[in-house]
Each structure stands twice: as structure tokens, then as C-alpha cells.
Design a protein around this ligand. Structure first.
Ligand SMILES: NC(=O)c1ccc[n+]([C@@H]2O[C@H](COP(=O)([O-])OP(=O)(O)OC[C@H]3O[C@@H](n4cnc5c(N)ncnc54)[C@H](O)[C@@H]3O)[C@@H](O)[C@H]2O)c1
Length: 509
């Protein structure tokens, strides 16, 4: 499709295609049953965005004889050709490489897309795909902001498409069984969960002007985001965009959605929270570089605490990008491995015990004395769950549909909005305490603050020189998805698009 063609025209074509029964889905299912599958029974797919996570998507589909990767889409030709080489070697067929995803949407033979582009492209890619009659596996977070997530939910419904979100823990028996154990009262009444993303994130280098790799089309890479100058302000085109807010959502929106998804699931919450407050900063890199003037190219928080109030339930999410290999952190992580390094997981606090998601495929329940009472283990097949639904057309069998993905991505967006609005509101520790004493789950808030302060000090952060920022407490209407106490927050709820890369709102998909 040319950039000049409108989405309306596109939609019109897609509906005609659907009416004509194009891209009828073959009815075989599963890895083993696919042995000997004839070419006519194969599902044709396009993998869009193939550098890091996209490589895992490719691995998944190469494993399955009932799927053929017909297209590799990547705006970086080097990445795209490398992916094609690898597929040709393994499958004996070379997919077509294209740099513009709209080519795929025009090809009626493609059944589904599987996308691992940067976050700012997820929703538009998914909406375009579904308008064109394709099913979609979309990486987490499925959106760059809240209205984009709603648009995906609406598009899946309107076009009757299968849309799976890449929060793969949802398919792991370890986590599924543990969540069921909580729902069955295994640790009593649970009103609080705490998600942890303690994942070391070093500086991505100084803010500056860096060349764009010759093989990459930066205009297409930027897509819906602003494209003022064909210059990178970070050293690396790939991956490090996670820490620039125009494209990524920080670690709250990167690792975060895996854990907030579980933290919300275990509390049985299928809705947005009533309020959020977040504090933190992008801290510690000056100390790390021994240079007080150092300005890192990232502008998302590397330390962010978010508190979500659901009325009778509460979720806390802690993001730490500095080292956690120090004594201040040990007591919160005793229920995790005693080994040092990343600590990623969720802790549920019940009246009769605790339940901890320690790894993607391992959860443990404890009694109130800290004795393990039950273990949950095992990984699942998230892509297989998606492919089964693609064939059966039963969206209700998806383990992680667009709605769940939307709710969990929104948790990152809500926290970031509070943090961004409060970015210039630098607070001392006692000022932070005064604010947090007034917010729901008060005792937990102060404990969390104290731990965060110790953690920052352990990493050489001088909080007098580089204080944390405190965001406002924002109240949110879970139904209408607007803030009820802040025009400023509503102003940054949705991004401005750069035509023609415009993701429609839910009512216009
Ligand atoms: N589910 C998981 O466990 C998991 C793990 C890692 C990453 N992810 C998600 O996967 C996504 C990708 O992360 P990554 O680390 O691989 O990033 P990356 O920057 O390494 O790779 C992104 C790729 O997308 C390409 N790209 C950019 N715009 C494109 C466009 N318009 N069309 C086609 N290709 C385009 C880039 O050239 C690059 O090759 C992120 O959203 C991330 O959150 C999920």
C-alpha cells in the first residue's frame, strides 16, 4: 500500500476481502499434529520487527511445520536479511524481506502478523493489521499510551480478530496454578500485591547527536513518533529506545507488564485502578560515571515506585535500575533466590500466607512463618495458544487477549503520567514521607520509601544533590479512562501522531 492511500480505503478493501472469504484459516492445530501438513494447510505469517524479541518469535514459528513465515518486516535491512538467512537455513524457504509493514497488510494470503517492534509502533501496527483482516500477536506493552490500548481492544472486537499479547507468563502452568491457588483461598484473603522489577540498567551513554545506521530507514522507524531531525540522541538505534519516552515506557513498561499483569491477576482485578501515584527519578548515573555533569540519553525513570489504589485492594510496583547487590535489598528478596542480581517477580500478601512468583515458570506459596507450603512449576506454549485460537476462531480461549494486555500496559502508562507530571517537583525524603502517609496502604508506602532511599544511597546517590521527584496523586475513572482531578494528566494521556502514522481512537477503528 502506498502511504497516500487512506486507512478508510484500506478498511474498505479489507472488508471486501473478508466478504470474499480471502485468507480462510486452515483448520489444523498444534506442533505435533502439524507433521506432514500440506502447504495449503499452513498459516502464513509476517514477523514485524526482528532484532531482539522478534528473533524469539521467528524461533517459535520455525519450530512449527504448520506455520510459514512468508515475510520478514524490519526497517533495518541488515536485521531483516539476517533473519531471512536464518529462516532459509532452518526451513529451506526464504521469506520476503520488506521494510514497510503496509506491504504485508495488502497481501491477502497472510493470515497473521507477529510483532516485536519498539513500543510506539505496537498499537498502530496491530490496528492496521486487524483492519486488514489479519490476526495479531503483539508484544507487551501492547500500547504506548492508554487510548492506543483501547483502540486495539475495539479493533479486535470490531473485526473479529484474534489478538494475543506477549505476556507469556499467562500460559505458564506455574503461574496459572499459583493464581488459581490464590483465588481458591490458599493464602487467605489477599488485598495487596507487590511487583518487583529489580533489573540492572546501565546508562545508555550521553545525550548527543549520533549517526543513524545506513541500513535503517529512520523515518519508518519513527513512525507515529515525532521525526524532527534524522539524528539519534542515543548511541544505539536498537533496544535503548526503551529508555526514551517518545518511543519506550521505561522499565515499568518494559519488564513491568509481565509482573503488573500477574500482580493484578492474582488480586482478581479486571479493571483499571481508581488512582495512582508515582515517584522516583533517573538517578545514579552521575555517581556511576564519577561526573556530576553527566547527562544520560534516557529520559524515563530508572527508579520508579507506583502505588495503585483499587478501593479495597492495592498494588505496589517497584522499578530499580541500579544495583541491588547490597544488604539493603536482601530482606525484601529473601523469598526470592539468595543469589544476587536481577530480582523480578511478584509477592502476594495474604491473611494466611504469602505467594511469590520467583521466575516465569516458578511460584512458591509460604505460610505466615515463611515456610514453603506449595510449589508451582512449569512453562507453557503462549504462541501455541495463539495459533490454536487463530484456527478455532475462539478468541475466548486466548490466555492473554487485548483487553488483559491493555489493562496491564495501562498500569505503566498511569504511573509514568504521574511521574512525568511531577518530574520537576523535587522532594526531600521527609517531604516524600508526608505525601505518602496520606495515600492508601500507608504503612507499606513508608516501608517501600525507606527501602528505596537505602537502595539509592547504597548506589552512591546523594539525595540532597539529586532528589527524587514526586508525582501527583491522580484519580482515574476506570470506565471512561480519563483522569478526574487533573487536566494536565488528561493532556498527556494520548500522544500526538505524525500523519500518516495515526492510530485511531477506539470509536474510530
Ligand atoms: N515478551 C517478552 O518476554 C519480551 C522480551 C523482550 C522484548 N519484548 C518486547 O519486544 C519489543 C521489541 O523489543 P526488542 O528488545 O527486540 O527491541 P529492538 O530495538 O532490539 O528490536 C526492534 C526491531 O524492530 C524494528 N523496527 C522498528 N520499527 C519498525 C517498523 N515500523 N516496522 C518493522 N520493524 C521495525 C527495528 O529495526 C528492530 O530491528 C518491545 O516492545 C519489547 O517490550 C518482549
Amino acid at each position: 500500500m502506498t502511504a497516500q492511500r487512506t486507512r478508510r480505503q484500506f478498511l474498505h478493501d479489507s472488508m471486501l476481502a473478508a466478504a470474499a472469504g480471502v485468507a480462510t484459516v486452515p483448520m489444523f492445530s498444534g506442533r505435533s499434529r502439524a507433521q506432514g501438513t500440506s502447504p495449503n494447510d499452513r498459516l502464513l505469517c509476517a514477523v514485524i520487527g526482528c532484532n531482539g524479541r522478534g528473533g524469539s518469535h521467528i524461533d517459535e514459528y520455525c519450530e512449527r511445520k504448520d506455520v510459514e513465515i512468508a515475510y520478514i518486516v524490519d526497517v533495518d535491512e541488515k536485521v531483516g536479511q539476517k533473519a531471512c538467512d536464518s529462516i532459509e537455513k532452518r526451513m529451506g524457504r526464504r521469506p520476503k524481506w520488506v521494510k514497510d509493514m503496509r506491504v504485508v497488510f495488502d497481501d491477502k494470503s497472510v493470515h497473521f502478523i507477529s510483532t516485536a517492534t519498539p513500543n510506539h509502533w505496537h498499537a498502530l501496527c496491530g490496528v492496521w493489521a486487524m483492519q486488514a483482516g489479519k490476526d495479531a500477536y503483539i508484544e507487551k506493552p501492547i500500547s504506548h499510551d492508554i487510548p492506543e490500548g483501547s483502540a486495539l481492544v475495539a479493533a479486535a472486537k470490531k473485526y473479529g480478530r484474534i489478538c494475543q499479547v506477549g505476556t507469556q507468563c499467562r500460559s505458564n502452568p506455574a503461574v496459572r496454578d499459583a493464581m488459581q491457588f490464590i483465588a481458591d483461598g490458599g493464602i487467605g484473603q489477599v488485598n495487596l500485591s507487590r511487583g518487583l522489577c529489580y533489573k540492572r540498567r546501565k546508562s545508555i551513554g550521553a545525550l548527543g547527536d549520533y549517526p543513524i545506521p545506513a541500513e535503517a530507514d529512520f523515518d519508518l522507524w519513527s513512525g507515529p513518533a515525532p521525526y524532527k531531525t534524522p539524528k539519534l540522541t542515543r548511541q544505539s538505534l536498537h533496544y535503548d529506545w526503551h529508555w526514551q519516552r517518545l518511543y519506550g515506557n521505561g522499565d515499568s513498561g518494559n519488564q513491568g507488564p509481565h509482573q503488573t499483569d500477574i500482580a493484578r491477576w492474582g488480586l482478581g482485578l479486571n479493571r483499571h485502578p481508581n488512582s495512582v501515584i508515582a515517584y522516583g527519578g533517573r538517578l545514579g548515573y552521575q555517581a556511576e560515571r564519577n561526573d556530576p555533569a553527566y547527562v544520560d540519553a534516557g529520559d524515563t525513570a530508572n527508579t520508579e515506585i507506583a502505588i495503585y489504589d483499587y478501593g479495597d485492594k492495592c498494588m505496589i510496583f517497584e522499578t530499580r535500575g541500579l544495583s541491588v547487590d547490597n544488604p539493603a535489598d536482601i530482606h525484601i528478596t529473601t523469598m526470592f533466590d539468595s543469589t544476587k542480581g536481577n530480582k523480578i517477580g511478584v509477592i502476594f500478601y495474604g491473611t494466611e500466607g504469602y505467594l511469590v512468583q520467583r521466575e516465569y515458570t516458578h511460584c512458591v506459596a509460604y505460610d505466615l512463618k515463611g515456610q514453603a507450603i506449595r510449589e508451582f512449576k512449569g512453562g507453557g506454549d503462549h504462541f501455541g495458544n495463539f495459533l490454536d485460537a487463530v484456527r478455532s476462531r475462539k478468541a475466548e480461549t486466548l490466555n492473554s487477549d487485548a483487553f488483559q494486555g491493555h489493562l496491564s500496559a495501562s498500569l505503566a502508562h498511569l504511573a509514568n503520567i504521574s511521574y512525568y507530571l511531577g518530574e520537576s517537583n523535587k522532594v526531600s525524603v521527609s517531604e516524600a514521607k508526608a505525601v505518602l502517609e496520606e495515600v492508601a496502604s500507608r504503612d507499606q508506602n513508608i516501608e517501600t520509601l525507606n527501602r528505596t532511599v537505602r537502595h539509592l544511597k547504597d548506589n552512591g546517590v546523594d539525595l540532597d544533590k539529586y532528589p527524587m521527584s514526586m508525582g501527583p496523586l491522580l484519580t482515574f475513572d476506570p470506565q471512561t479512562e480519563v483522569f478526574t482531578n487533573s487536566d494536565a494528566a488528561n493532556k498527556i494521556l494520548h500522544r500526538e501522531y505524525r500523519p500518516p502514522f495515526v492510530c485511531p481512537t477506539a470509536d474510530k477503528v
